[in-house]
Design a protein around this ligand. Structure first.
Ligand code: SAH
Length: 358
């Protein structure tokens, strides 16, 4: 067992079974043994590769969408250019480079990063050397001014709970101990849950429903800021609308593994349900877009023209890799459809380019 596994097993032995969100939170962010706290998981040598690490075009397109929203909202100066869960800092670096094409924008931007991992903060500091950057634990400490924020594969790292439908209620998935002391997923006794009452009507016994309260709270707080101070959010993640089913997964060295076998050593994620996020944005007085597939969004933002321009300076293997990267980001059979996006703006403001109204 991993060091974190021993720690959690001890906790379960003394306190009883552990909820999935507590398990997921500990595995990802435990200060000494958590996955993000102890490593740089990105890239070919790591456990997974994200869109900004696949090609600079991803950050350029998203950066230009934020830039158009900044121009549409009257070029507020100064403004907060923010990212939640910036990984290696690659997306922010690519966005800032693209934004230099818009006169005055980079000079007006104050960069704020929301990042829990001190290991990744160090890597972000190197990637963004030369920029003035401030780090935060959460949205709460961002300055009170218009906020233009992006989050790619951030919400999928926030801890979820899972509930299995029984006849007239729900059994929560929790982690206990097997006879040999290993961690073992099981189900709590059934209860009725007010928060899931609406899902009784579209599920049947055996179905699994996931909730992610931290994601809903994050989007609610963000939308309240956007309503009060202006700005835009672009959220990008693996996801669906009105999700159903078990999407909890663990990746190690690009391979799916048992999420309970090596706590702290594998990346844990769950697909994002965009429906409650759009509802939270609406409830905070902001305007959410329709959920839009990543491939559609990038095509509308002009990724193919950008790909052709970059291709002119390439030959051989570099050109082949570039063509593969464009396909990987946009094709429906690759990331183009699996990844979905949502924009949030103040009521009455224009949505960023590429997004439709709901
Ligand atoms: N956006 C990056 C990285 C995605 S991985 C990319 O596309 O490459 C998830 C990121 O979110 C990591 O930087 C991780 O450390 C951070 N993170 C995860 N949970 C967090 C939390 N609760 N608060 C702040 N940052 C968190």
């Amino acid at each position: 067992m991993t060091p974190l596994g021993r720690l959690l097993a001890g906790q379960i032995a003394s306190e009883g079974p552990m909820r999935l969100d507590r398990y997921m939170g500990a595995c990802l962010l435990h200060p000494a043994h958590g996955y993000y706290a102890t490593r740089d998981p990105f890239g070919r040598a790591g456990d997974f590769i994200t869109a900004p690490e696949i090609s600079q075009m991803f950050g350029e397109m998203i950066g230009l969408a934020l830039a158009q929203a900044w121009v549409d909202q009257g070029r507020p100066t100064p403004f907060t250019l923010a990212e939640a869960g910036p990984g290696r800092g690659t997306l922010m670096a690519d966005m800032v480079r693209a934004m230099r094409a818009v006169p005055g924008m980079v000079a007006a931007a104050q960069i704020h990063l929301i990042e829990a991992s001190s290991t990744l903060r160090e890597i972000q500091r190197e990637t963004l050397a030369g920029q003035d950057v401030t780090w935060h634990e959460s949205l709460a400490s961002l300055p009170d001014q218009p906020v233009f924020l992006v989050a790619n594969e951030f919400l999928d790292a926030l801890p979820i709970r899972q509930f299995q439908r029984v006849k007239a209620g729900w059994s929560e998935r929790q982690i206990g101990l097997a006879a040999d002391g290993a961690l073992l997923a099981g189900l709590a006794p059934p209860t009725r849950l007010a928060a899931l009452e609406a899902r009784i009507h579209d599920t049947k016994p055996g179905d699994v429903v996931e909730t992610c309260a931290p994601a809903v709270a994050f989007v609610g707080d963000l939308a309240a800021r956007i309503t009060a101070q202006g700005g835009v959010a672009i959220l990008i993640d693996y996801g669906n609308w009105h999700s159903l089913g078990d999407t909890f997964q663990a990746l190690f060295a690009h391979q799916p593994v048992d999420p309970f076998a090596t706590p702290g050593e594998a990346d844990l994620t769950a697909h994002v349900d965009f429906e409650p996020l759009a509802q939270a944005a609406h409830a905070a007085g902001a305007q959410p877009s329709a959920m839009t597939a990543q491939g559609v969004l990038l095509e509308r933002l002009g990724i193919t023209a950008r790909a052709q321009t970059l291709a002119q300076a390439m030959t051989g293997q570099a050109l082949e890799a570039h063509i593969a990267a464009h396909r990987r980001l946009t094709h429906p059979a690759e990331m183009g459809h699996l990844f979905q996006t949502l924009a949030i703006v103040p009521q009455g403001a224009a949505l960023p380019p590429g997004f439709d109204a709901p």
